[in-house]
Design a protein around this ligand. Structure first.
Ligand code: SAM
Length: 293
């Protein structure tokens, strides 16, 4: 069950998409002084050494973050993300890659809180060390060694009634698709105005397609972005693309993604199959209206 280690994938094309959107949402939340909570149901280790054994072995960062560094005219979504990465690498060399807990802490103000769930015994140890190094306070951040799908429920709604739930499983277990969909449904029952951001891999699995279609039928506002960087391999190994589904997104997110996705596709393309999609509840209501007319 515990074979997944995010260090192999840190800074790859999927992290770029996920974390650029995460940083955008938090930046939007920070436009108002009102406090908010972030609940990260699958936290990972928090920080990854890009020159370390694992990331070095897989080299996925080379076709991810590395391609963005120095690429001309990055759009706002990417500039903001790169600025956050640079803040963790003040010597100008991208040696450390911040995971979702570190990126969130980078954005949080004193009045905001972070709640983290992680099950892997080693990842949680590294996460605790990472948080200690980042100098977090126990009042602001709490880690639970607990199933994030169920643990998040007792935190909703957060006392602040403002918040983001990031759901980022590894999907090694195909039940994760069902659990993710159910977590968003349960979450919305408890916290209808909450922002929920879900990452998922583009894979040839019926569960992945069904989850994405079920998300788009939710009676809420959403934005759905996918980024494919290459043709799927014949053996199904490796990740050729991923998607982010965001419920109750910042109103600025769709426009920022519209500007960023063509640039990202061009910059991260590994072959001529690279492409992106961007859909939203607003468009789907328009096209449903058009087909009903
Ligand atoms: N969110 C992290 C980031 O963006 O930096 C990466 C998370 S990684 C894709 C998924 C993590 O979820 C792994 O570290 C894994 O050990 C952990 N995990 C697996 N099942 C879990 C569960 N049911 N509840 C909480 N964590 C779980």
């Amino acid at each position: 069950m515990f074979s997944y280690r995010h260090a192999f994938h840190a800074g790859n094309h999927a992290d770029v998409l996920k974390h650029a959107i995460l940083v955008q949402i938090l930046d939007y939340f920070n436009h108002k002084d009102a406090p908010y909570w972030v609940i990260d149901t699958h936290a990972g280790a928090g920080m990854y050494a890009l020159d370390g054994e694992w990331a070095g072995q897989s080299g996925e960062v080379i076709d991810g973050l590395d391609r963005l560094l120095g690429a001309p005219q990055p759009p706002e979504l990417i500039t903001r993300y790169l600025r956050a990465i640079q803040d963790f690498n003040p010597d100008g060399v991208a040696n450390r890659y911040p995971g979702s807990p570190a990126l969130t802490l980078h954005a949080l103000r004193a009045q905001d809180k972070l709640r983290l769930f992680e099950l892997h015994p080693t990842e949680i140890e590294v996460l605790e060390t990472t948080l200690r190094h980042l100098g977090t306070s126990r009042r602001q951040v709490a880690i639970a060694r607990e199933d994030g799908f169920t643990g998040m429920k007792r935190l909703l709604p957060p006392p602040t009634r403002r918040g983001l739930v990031l759901i980022d499983p590894a999907y090694e277990d195909k039940q994760d698709y069902r659990h993710t969909l159910q977590a968003v449904r349960d979450g919305l029952e408890r916290f209808a105005s909450g922002c929920f951001a879900v990452w998922y891999p583009l894979v040839q699995r019926v569960q992945a397609h069904e989850m994405a279609r079920a998300f788009e039928r939710l009676p809420v506002e959403w934005v759905h972005a996918t980024l494919t960087v290459r043709k799927p391999s014949a053996d199904g190994l490796g990740l050729h693309g991923s998607g982010m589904f965001i419920v109750n997104p910042p109103w600025t997110l769709h426009e920022e993604l519209r500007a960023a996705l063509p640039w990202l596709t061009k910059t991260l393309a590994q072959d001529e199959h690279a492409r992106h999609t961007l859909t939203s509840s607003a468009q789907s209501a328009v096209s449903a209206g058009a087909s009903a007319a």
